[in-house]
Design a protein around this ligand. Structure first.
Ligand code: ZN
Length: 439
């Protein structure tokens, strides 16, 4: 292991790239209202720069040990973006810093180049999902995939974005669901910062109610793990370069369709999307959350997983499997949607979008979990008001709503899923403020 580390360090020292401190965020000033001019885009050449795989000692459920490892990476000027327990991390670590990290207790290996699981002895399926994501990016495959769908037309977004907090009591008053004191408001995921625990829930059918028509393949499991990770990475890249504190890091848990807990009687794509309680309720019961309706269960689940991980924020992302040949939407026409503060729902294929456009749809839906508003018509309000009245920042305005920008909205993923917005990490100031970021 040590020998591998040294070889990797020498090779990457030779290919030394500029350090993080030289990274920059380009400010663009398109025509439009003064109030919407402060949008940010990231130079595409910065994207995934210095992406590194870090293999650590097993930290399992030892959050203190994990946090020491995270701090060690921060202390040398790197940052872990994504954690894949029990022993893999992916983030930004320039090759020149590998030597310092290599001497850190508990860190076994760090590289900027693709590597096989065998070489670094990674065996846990969740950790392997992380290693595969790293290899997918570091090999250039991810960029090639984005290129392959460049210019491909896609339908306008048609999402359901719900706010279940309008009907329920504040989170902190629900029995057994106290928020940790770190929270800013009475709502979960009110600021996209700090440690965020995410459970990606692959939904699988077992034929006991509907005919079992579609079963997750390993290949498509891996694709969704990559695409989901790309969505998380997209936001951390922006937060990290903006210097958002506490620093944003996602802790991932991929709940594979092959696990018995993910299996239930319905074939979801043949049902109404908004009837997702049909499959969520039994799956959540399998995980030990069998009381109450869909929201009570999913909130209890999210909360439980978040606290176990010692994280500030936490949500789940539910993925329905509809491979090519299956309908691209549910029978009610819905495909990707989100509930503010609670969860994201995705299909494997989403209503006429290319499969490879999944990451940008997912990143957009994630924005909603952190209370960002849609900026496209007719989804955003004509009076430019916020998209909710019950939530962490009801007074914040949605100035980049396309009804409110005579010169056209500034570029932002919450406005549209264009190649430009995805590749350039476009976010407008109003989206960032809606997510609780100060700028
Ligand atoms: Zn949306």
């Amino acid at each position: 292991m040590k020998k591998l580390f040294c070889i990797a360090a020498v090779v990457y020292a030779l290919l030394a790239q500029p350090l993080l401190s030289e990274s920059r965020i380009d400010r663009v000033n398109p025509a439009g209202l003064a109030s919407v001019q402060d949008d940010l885009t990231l130079n595409p050449s910065e994207s995934f720069r210095d992406i590194a795989l870090i293999v650590t000692e097993n930290f399992e459920t030892d959050n203190t040990k994990r946090d020491l490892l995270l701090n060690a990476v921060d202390s040398i000027g790197g940052h872990v973006y994504l954690v894949y327990p029990p022993n893999v991390m992916v983030g930004r670590v320039p090759s020149a810093l590998h030597g310092q990290l290599g001497r850190t207790l508990g860190i076994k290996f760090v590289t900027n180049a693709p590597i096989s699981a065998r070489e670094v002895d990674v065996r846990n399926p969740n950790a392997l999902d992380g290693l595969h994501f790293f290899n997918w990016v570091a090999s250039g495959e991810k960029i090639r995939e984005d290129e392959s769908v460049k210019g491909i037309p896609f339908p306008p977004l048609k999402e359901f974005v719900g706010n279940a907090w309008e009907q329920t009591k504040p989170f902190s008053s629900l029995p057994g669901l106290k928020l940790v004191p770190m929270h800013h408001t009475a709502f979960p995921n009110d600021v996209m910062d700090g440690l965020v625990k995410v459970d990606v829930m692959y939904v699988e059918s077992n034929g006991s109610i509907d005919a079992n028509q579609y079963t997750w393949t390993v290949t498509d499991h891996n694709r969704v793990a990559n695409w989901t990770s790309a969505g998380f990475y997209w936001w951390v890249e922006i937060a990290n370069l903006l210097g958002i504190q506490p620093a944003l890091t996602y802790i991932m848990h991929f709940n594979a369709g092959s696990a018995w807990q993910q299996q239930q009687g319905y074939e979801p794509i043949t049902r109404n999307g908004l009837d997702d309680f049909l499959w969520m309720n039994p799956i959540l019961a399998n995980h030990g959350f069998a009381t109450g309706d869909k929201f009570q269960r999913v909130r209890a689940f999210n909360q439980n997983r978040r606290i176990a991980a010692g994280a500030k924020n936490g949500f789940s992302a539910w993925v329905v499997y509809n491979p090519p040949g299956a309908p691209a939407t549910h029978s009610d026409g819905w495909y990707a949607f989100a509930w503010y503060g609670d969860y994201v729902k995705m299909n494997f294929q989403n209503n006429g979008y290319a499969l490879e456009q999944y990451p940008r749809i997912f990143a957009h839906e994630m924005g909603h979990v952190f209370w960002a508003c849609d900026e496209y018509a007719p989804q955003c309000a004509t009076n430019c008001s916020n998209c909710y009245t019950v939530g962490p920042r009801p007074a914040s305005m949605n100035w980049n709503c396309e009804y409110c920008t005579p010169g056209g909205p500034t570029s932002c993923l919450m406005h549209s899923l264009t190649d430009y917005n995805w590749i350039n990490h476009s976010t407008c100031e109003h989206t960032r403020r809606q997510m609780g970021w100060p700028y």
